[in-house]
Write a protein that binds this ligand. Structure first.
Ligand code: SF4
Ligand code: SF3
Length: 549
């Protein structure tokens, strides 16, 4: 195996025996094979699209297939074997369709991603070792191809959540397929691929806008909310991940059962939505970001539901492994998987609810409240206050500290950075990076909290909308003239698409940490530095001076 798609990749270079995330060699190479066959599917689908033929089945397959390969979303080998077999069938149908139209579907094609097939596991694994990241020998081309793939993986996650709420965009699906094809096209130059990277960023904005529309139309606009982080004395279910439709189904089905619901990690922002706040048995948020799950799930005592990444494989002596469930694109061998909804009907969570009834209530690990819900509409409602505070100098600068959290010690940087920021600065955040500082007593500026949490990583879109609004209010020509600095933390591929989205909007001088991606070759990194002023992080001291001067 070779994987370097996330920030925690081994030695900052690549995971080669087993993933730091726990992904095994078997699963890693099957993910490579799945992506390879999806390139073949995409080649055919792009040709059919040129003839005006779109297929909802193909679009869904590609979205789900990519999402399954995101860092720590799915570790279940059998699910990948099944998905690869399905990929052969999907591809076959497209080949037949083109043939029936009088076309030669293989004309001019050298890539055996269009033809290679075997239902034998050993053969699959053998093939898989030749189609991974390292098949591209030129390191710059490899770097750009992978940057595109990781961006598209990020898009797939957001596209899937939006689709679950009935929001689909054929332009986004077409782009995803076009991008997969581009990463298998030897005639494309580095410049062509850079253009594709930027297009990927603009598609990132588009998919986040789509998801924002889906979430807010279905569940209302997030509003300023004090979220309880303590516990009650009832059995309960903990829900993690990003899928709000799953959240809704679970809240509806647990109502009146005596089972409470709490959010974990990236599901925390569900607490900010009017449609969810009304449920009396929705208690609040339990615990912290994803990597804390190994201890927090122990203490929770009840079942846990993963609606997306980030799963940490339980330690051999973990007492909670038999009460974790997955759904959607997530999976883990041994965790029961709740099947997809059929014909628009809700998912059936009865099994988890029955399980919860037999469990003890959660053990209290902390008490109190955290505040959040500062997505675009809530911030617009406070716009006068914010603008006055900027004009009077009460707010000197905003710091976008969105992105992901992770388990590496060097992420302590973000806690210290937040603590040491001067009292006349405000942090704008989204994603699970906030857990590094969202429980610090950072206070407020004239009633405006110093940490404004917009929501999940996809709600970075809100931060962009807010920045654009401020630009308009202050009559500026360029979003970079605003008193906003970007100090973003990344871990997995959704942060990659958030980053590309910001670049496509012209945001400059983003600092990315705690380390720069291993998949950026020196030359590709140089392009990003020269064109966009991208930089890593230094010490808190150095960066404090840099950002404030
Ligand atoms: Fe390694 Fe990250 Fe890939 Fe997991 S996702 S195998 S930790 S690079
Ligand atoms: Fe977090 Fe996994 Fe990325 Fe959605 S939950 S931001 S890491």
């Amino acid at each position: 195996m070779f994987c370097y798609q996330c920030q925690e990749t081994a030695k900052g270079k690549g995971c080669t025996f087993i993933g730091v995330c726990g992904k095994t060699n078997d699963v890693a190479i099957l993910q490579d094979l799945l992506i390879y066959i999806m390139r073949g599917i995409s080649k055919l689908s792009v040709r059919l699209r040129e003839k005006g033929i779109e297929s909802a089945e193909v679009d869904k397959f590609i979205v789900d297939g990519l999402f399954m390969t995101i860092t720590n979303a799915n570790f279940d080998k059998q699910r990948f074997v099944k998905k690869i077999k399905e990929a052969f069938d999907v591809r076959e149908k497209l080949l037949e369709k083109l043939t029936a139209m009088g076309e030669d579907p293989l004309k001019g094609e050298k890539c055996d991603c269009l033809t290679w097939k075997s239902n034998n596991l050993q053969e699959m694994e053998e093939k898989a070792t030749h189609v991974g990241v390292l098949r591209t020998k030129n390191e710059d081309i490899r770097s750009l191809r992978e940057l595109i793939i990781y961006g598209v993986k990020g898009i797939s996650a957001y596209a899937e959540h939006a689709a679950n709420l009935g929001y689909k965009d054929n332009g986004i699906y077409a782009f995803m397929q076009e991008a997969l094809v581009a990463t298998e096209n030897d005639t494309l130059s580095a410049d062509d691929l850079v253009a594709m990277v930027l297009k990927c960023g603009s598609m990132g904005v588009r998919v986040m806008a789509l998801l924002d529309k889906a979430n807010t139309t279905a569940y209302g606009n997030p509003e300023m909310t004090r979220v309880n982080i303590g516990v009650r004395n009832n059995p309960a279910i903990l829900i993690s991940g990003h899928d709000l439709r799953d959240m809704k189904d679970l809240l509806e089905q647990t109502e009146g059962t005596g089972v409470d619901v709490y959010t974990h990690s990236e599901m925390l922002p569900a607490n900010y939505y009017p449609a969810f706040k009304k449920y009396k048995h929705f208690v609040g948020n339990y615990g912290n970001s994803w990597w804390m799950q190994t201890s927090e799930f122990e203490a929770f005592n009840g079942p846990v539901l993963f609606t997306t990444n980030c799963i940490v494989p339980p330690k051999p002596n973990a007492t909670y492994a038999d009460r974790v469930y997955t759904t959607g694109s997530s999976g883990f061998e041994g965790f029961p998987h709740i099947p997809d909804r059929k014909d628009g009907k809700p998912k059936d969570f009865s099994r988890i609810i029955e399980h919860a009834k037999k469990c003890a209530p959660p053990t209290e690990i902390e008490k109190g409240e955290i505040i959040g819900g500062f997505a675009h509409e809530q911030v617009f409602a406070l716009a006068d206050k914010v603008v006055d505070a900027v004009k009077s100098g009460a707010i000197r600068k905003f710091f976008v500290m969105a992105g992901c959290d992770g388990r590496m010690k060097n992420r302590g940087y973000y806690t210290e950075f937040a603590e040491r920021l001067p009292k006349d600065t405000v942090i704008l955040t989204a994603g699970c990076a906030k857990y590094r500082y969202n429980k610090l007593p950072l206070g407020d500026i004239g009633g405006i909290p110093r940490v404004l949490d917009a929501g999940q990583c996809n709600d970075s879109y809100s931060l962009v909308v807010i920045a654009m609004k401020l630009k308009e209010i202050f009559g500026l020509n360029d979003v970079n003239e605003l008193p906003i600095a970007y100090n973003i933390a990344w871990y997995e591929q959704k942060a990659v698409i958030v980053l590309l989205a910001l670049l496509s909007l012209g945001v400059k001088n983003i600092h990315l940490g705690p380390t720069l991606p291993a998949f950026l070759s020196p030359n590709v990194a140089k392009i990003l530095v020269e064109a966009f002023g991208i930089a890593g992080i230094g010490t808190v001291d150095e960066d404090m001076k840099l950002f404030l001067n």
